[in-house]
Design a protein around this ligand. Structure first.
Ligand code: DC
Length: 223
């Protein structure tokens, strides 16, 4: 079974994908990590957290991509850094870069079908561009405020003073809104709910509840 999962940053799509991958014994690819890896290596090479969109810069990004081994990217704190996430979302606007990373994703899908007759991919354009014929598609959302609160908790900021927590919350909220703005409004493969995707708003749900909703949809689809 081929499962496509799209959604906003921090909506819980990664958590759902990992749970489904374990439960259904299907290979999983977090496609965001490909964009993050390119952003991190570009950042290391150029020491810049912003990017220009001229041909010369695109060529330099492509040069960086050629040095990356995309099989088994280790998920590190530097890859998860906010500034790398934001740079990844800038870099992902470039069509030539998307085309290269799309090939890596297609290769993963082909290998997984041979090995396990299916896979799970999550990202922004999975249901629309990468896997338009997926057996089932999900679109995961949560309010920006909930996503900022989750991040605050994840980062273990619970022991901060209320005014410090408030300050961090506002900072996370700003970054989340900036990423949504980039991902929804870019010209190439913007984040969009596929017409046949099931939307799950995770704002008021636990990871287990989200998993059960998705599993019910998957089982219904199978029968
Ligand atoms: O899922 P993530 O937050 O790790 O993704 C980082 C950025 O990569 C995201 O803001 C946009 C880009 N991305 C993309 O354009 N297409 C994908 N399929 C996955 C991620």
């Amino acid at each position: 079974m081929i499962i496509a999962i799209d959604g906003t940053a921090g909506s819980g799509k990664g958590t759902l994908s990992k749970r489904l991958s374990k439960r259904l014994n299907l290979p999983y690819l977090d496609t965001g990590i490909l964009y993050r890896k390119v952003a991190l290596e570009f950042f290391k090479a150029e020491k810049k957290t912003t990017i220009n969109f001229d041909n010369e810069t695109v060529e330099r990004v492509i040069k960086v991509i050629r040095t990356i081994n995309f099989t088994n990217i280790e998920d590190t704190n530097s890859l998860r850094d906010d500034k790398i996430g934001l740079l990844a979302s800038e870099i992902s606007k470039i069509k030539a870069i998307r085309n290269i990373l799309n090939l890596k994703q297609t290769q993963f899908v082909e290998d997984s079908i041979k090995l396990k007759e299916g896979c799970i991919l999550d990202g922004r354009d999975i249901g629309t561009i990468i896997l338009p014929n997926a057996d089932i598609k999900f679109f995961i959302t949560a309010s920006p405020e909930v996503r900022a609160k989750r991040k605050l908790k994840e980062e273990g900021r619970a022991n901060l003073q209320p005014h410090e927590q408030n300050c961090m919350f506002n900072d996370y909220l700003l970054k989340i809104n900036q990423r949504d703005e980039n991902d929804f409004n870019r010209e190439n493969s913007p984040l969009k709910k596929a017409i046949d995707a099931y939307e799950i708003d995770t704002s008021l749900l636990t990871p287990k509840e989200v998993e059960e909703i998705a599993i019910n949809k998957i089982y219904k689809k199978k029968t």
